[in-house]
Design a binder for this molecule. Sequence first.
Ligand SMILES: C[C@H](O)CC(=O)C(=O)O
Length: 253
Amino acid sequence: MRENQLKRKLQQGEVVIGPFMNCAYPAFIEICGHAGFDFAIIDMEHGPLHTLVAEDLCRAADCVGLSPVIRVRKNDAPQIQRALDIGSAGVQVPQIETKADAEAVVTGAKYSPLGSRGLSFNTRAGMYTAAGTQITDKLNQESLVVIHVEGKRGVENLQEIVSVPHIDVIFLGPYDLSQSLGIPGQVRDPRVVELMEKSVTTIRNAGKAVGTFADNPEVAKQWINAGVQYIGLGVDVAIFLKACQALVEAVKN
Ligand SMILES: C[C@H](O)CC(=O)C(=O)O
């Protein structure tokens, strides 16, 4: 069983960056590894990807030393278990609003005695049984658990949420947060930024890593300077769109 490089980097205080991935073609995630990203978030919440594709994307990521993290559709134990079974380095769970929500994520992501993740080694994570039966502690130790706090209610309950053990990263979703404040999409609005800054402090004081999304390098650097360690940097389709627009612009104008 391989060490989780992404988790190690976070534990060592490093800043890690990775795009969200909607595209099914494994070459795209491979390219992200060649480009120097630390991880990629295979997006099964908003993206169209299904499980078999996600498993192939995990394989492709592993080929280039990029850590694949899967964002599941919702806080649902079978989805969390499946994401980890197909070999993701971590699971990212959206819309966490309460301490009980956060505890349910841990229950779904960890084997006994930390949780009740269903037990089968006939999976990619279990090396189809080649890993043997004595690896639940190691898998518990290595799997990365990321939760999204991205609504007013979640932020109000943040002090309680950060107390839940075995959660590695608390990811502040600026877009969903802006929506819950009644200003959808206005992620640079001072009300969103202020709430996020306060949340960064609460999370860091609890000794957990903070994550967020940035769709350009300036915003990413600003959050890194504020103490954010885990940056979801762009979305593959948007990155491609911008590159295409720049090419068209450069040639036509
Ligand atoms: C790219 C992601 O969907 C960002 C996110 O979750 C957010 O709420 O912001």
